[in-house]
Design a binder for this molecule. Structure first.
Ligand code: GDP
Ligand code: MN
Length: 397
């Protein structure tokens, strides 16, 4: 589950990580009230107004702006809320902004060269260990840094049996070129950040930039946080942070009916039982000259009801030109699945307007094939993988 910046910062702050303080606002009036409150608490008269969408690069797209008085807070909030924010990380249509974070300005006037660092915590899948990735080159695209100056990116791996050790946090501060008060602050920051990552069951923390202020404070100015969905059950207080306005509507619907569905850009819809077979099926579609329109694992119970639900979800994607059903009948018998496909098809009538290829293999595959072939419906059956691929290729033309 991805979070908004303001939510990510809330989590960080609850574990003692220093953050740029802010208050979220749904409209210009709330933004002005938030700015007043922040001024009362922090003394700053300047604020940054930051679009809250699930995408980075907001600064480049005009979604982060400095306001030097309340009038500007109002104007900028008015302008950003409701806008379609286009950034290097959104689609060409952009993302609609529903709310802004009004934050204290922490780049003090007269501070010409604020130190911006990059820091993330994530799992290194090769070593199977968490690591802290960091760089002196914060504030900008880390991808560009990785391409052009990879030696400026450091990594600190954590041994899970002992956790992050203080000497490692000190090494981070040292490699970032810090000394004195800022060094101590960074050590504390890194330790708290790592604790927050582990305790919140996150799968990604990306803080870009981590700022060193001119008075040697270290704080998170941005926060991209992804939480592990599978661990949400033990974080009831985070569940409400989900903002489905930011998610793909078809995926949201699929989740509600208990299907594992991931929307993709291609033209061949797939309905498969088991994640491994689903991956293999996507490869098969590519080999046949198509592109998978989705990943869909219908799970073990491929009965008529479930097949029908899956059909409806797949067909919401208007790019779909054909559907490939690839089921292995192990626990579920192929003839039952075939009957499910036939029943679902009949139930849906005109709603199915693309060719369907069904490959059933396993228990009772021959009976299943007969069932499909004799149904009189526009469904083609296949038994072998290659046969299915050829039929997909044929219908795509
Ligand atoms: P992103 O563009 O989506 O990554 O959003 P960020 O939260 O990283 O903000 C973008 C940029 O806005 C940062 O890199 C900073 O340079 C700038 N920025 C953020 N907070 C402040 C602030 O308090 N004052 C000023 N002057 N600039 C800020
Ligand atoms: Mn950022």
């Amino acid at each position: 589950m991805n979070l908004h910046e303001y939510q990510g910062k809330e989590i960080l702050s609850s574990f003692g990580v220093r953050i740029q303080r802010g208050i979220v606002a749904q409209n210009a009036n709330e933004a002005v009230a938030a700015a007043k409150q922040l001024t009362a608490e922090t003394g700053t008269g300047w604020h940054v107004i930051k679009a809250q969408v699930h995408a980075g690069g907001r600064g480049k797209g005009g979604g982060v702006k400095l306001a030097k008085n309340l009038k500007e807070v109002e104007e900028i909030a008015e302008q950003i809320i409701g806008m379609n924010l286009i950034t290097p990380q959104t689609s060409a249509e952009g993302k609609k902004v529903h709310q802004v974070l009004v934050a204290e300005d922490v780049y003090y006037p007269g501070d010409n060269e604020p130190d911006e660092f990059y820091m993330s915590v994530l799992l290194n899948r090769t070593s199977g260990r968490n690591m802290i990735m960091y760089s002196t080159e914060g504030g900008m695209d880390i991808e560009t840094v990785a391409e052009e100056t990879p030696h400026l990116i450091f990594a600190e791996e954590v041994d899970p049996s002992v956790g992050l050790l203080p000497f490692q946090a000190r090494r981070v501060a040292f490699n970032l070129g810090l000394s004195g008060g800022a060094f101590k602050e960074m050590t504390k920051f890194v330790m708290a950040l790592y604790t927050a990552y582990v305790k919140s069951d996150a799968s990604l923390f990306e803080i870009n930039p981590v700022l060193k202020t001119s008075d040697d404070k270290i704080m998170a100015v941005d926060a991209k946080v992804t939480l592990d969905d599978n661990a949400l059950y033990r974080h009831k207080n985070y569940v409400d942070m989900r903002d489905i306005r930011e998610e793909n509507p078809i995926e949201v619907e699929a989740k509600e009916v208990g299907l594992n569905y991931v929307d993709l850009d291609g033209n061949v819809g797939c309905m498969v039982n088991g994640a491994g077979l689903a991956m293999a099926t996507m490869d098969l579609i590519k080999q046949a000259g198509g592109e998978p329109a989705n990943f869909l694992d219908v799970g073990g119970t491929a009965d008529a009801k479930r097949v029908e639900t899956a059909f409806r979800i797949i067909l919401k994607d208007t790019n779909v030109k054909a559907i490939l059903i690839n089921i292995f009948g192990g626990i579920v018998r192929c003839d039952r699945v075939a009957q499910g496909v036939v029943d679902a098809y009949k139930n849906m009538g005109d709603a199915i307007n693309v060719p369907i290829i069904v490959r059933l293999q396993g228990t009772n595959a021959d009976i299943a094939k007969e069932l499909i072939d004799n149904s009189g419906l526009d469904v083609q059956s296949a038994v072998q993988f290659q046969e299915a691929a050829d039929k997909v290729q044929a219908v795509l033309g």
